[in-house]
Design a protein around this ligand. Sequence first.
Ligand SMILES: *Cc1c(COP(=O)(O)O)cnc(C)c1O
Length: 452
Amino acid sequence: MDIQYRLEQKRKVLADFPGPRSLELAARRAQAVAAGVASSVPVYVADADGGIIHDVDGNSFIDLGSGIAVTTVGASDAAVVGAVKEQVEHFTHTCFMVSPYEGYVAVAEKLNQLTPGEHAKRTVLFNSGAEAVENAIKIARIATGRSAVVAFDHAYHGRTNLTMGLTAKAMPYKHGFGPFAGEVYRAPMSYPFREENPQITGKEAAERAILMMSKQIGADQIAAIIIEPIQGEGGFIVPADGFLPRLAEFAKENGIVFIADEVQSGFARTGEWFAVQHEGVVPDLITTAKGIAGGMPLSAVTGRAELLDAVHGGGLGGTYGGNPVACAAALAAIDTMETQDLRGRAREIEATVKERLGKLQAELGEAGIIGEVRGRGGMLALEFVKAGSGAAKVPDAAATKKIADYCLKEGVIILTCGTYGNVIRLLPPLVISDELLADGLDVLEAAIRSVA
Ligand SMILES: *Cc1c(COP(=O)(O)O)cnc(C)c1O
């Protein structure tokens, strides 16, 4: 990796942030912005680059969240900025459904090339992850002539009506927002750390889900199985080896469209272009967004040509889908991922973080609060349990929050997640320097020790 940072990559926070300008903005916000939008951090951003975020009062924070797995190449990657400037000087929008342009076609070609499988593929572009998921379901339904859709425990697929229905967790995502779309069914996930029978294999966990699908829905009624290959909001859950391949095989045997929702896990994040590649799984459809365009809003559905081409002309689209500025950003971001070998960088980050946190876990011992260190590449997590809770593995959301709060106070932005709110997830920009990552991990380690 050879990155020229625009901003100094150094953590520096005053003892009493948020400072006056952030407080002033917070007061304006309270009068202007809907209360339903929450922010993890009380400061307002002035600038961001590499692994650093500057606030409006002169504080600098280490970013271990990448704006939820979006700024994989950093928040102001020179190639992305250049491509955006170049595009924006020519045209900001024409609508691909009205007067098309090359950028959209080039992004589709790139996605068809990078996604797993040698079959003929097609791509359609949208704006958000939820929109991509909704459209993947539309495509699966029209292509199969079936309506049932299967999602999993702990799943997160978005906040629109259909994707809320696919999402598992009620609070805060679904609470009070129903009724939800019909024909959505939930199957049991493989969650190795929390299996009642810790010996259960991935294949057995898949058979458990298949039994549910066969008995409660009927395989021939199912249009699609949708799954995050590594679950994001649900807790960075990596299913046991063999779980995804068996589900994909079951889908194939029964004419079910297998959809990998790689909105969070895609684009070099896990050390491969896509997380399914760790197990050699080839999805029929794959949804992408977040890391795809260096922070510009863009999402996609990519998959088997015969599925995407099953939709009638005009059946897919949207005013802004595949916006030319976002497409230019995506081509540049993907180029940076390739030229800087950010897949390799993700694997380095995994090795560094797992070694550090694995040591700490061993030191705190069986009765300590670190239940598990898991994840792949730059998508890593710590699951916290009540100290001494033993085999019960009682989730400790309070300790998790304390750790995240401690990190923030010291100038490290860290995100939590999980059905039980007891997981800290690490999603650093993959362009973060070794020094900055080490400094962030020092703070995290001190935070864990302060609570343990
Ligand atoms: C974030 C996310 C979504 C929703 O993406 P938005 O752009 O927020 O609509 C869908 N699926 C997964 C796996 C996600 O992580």
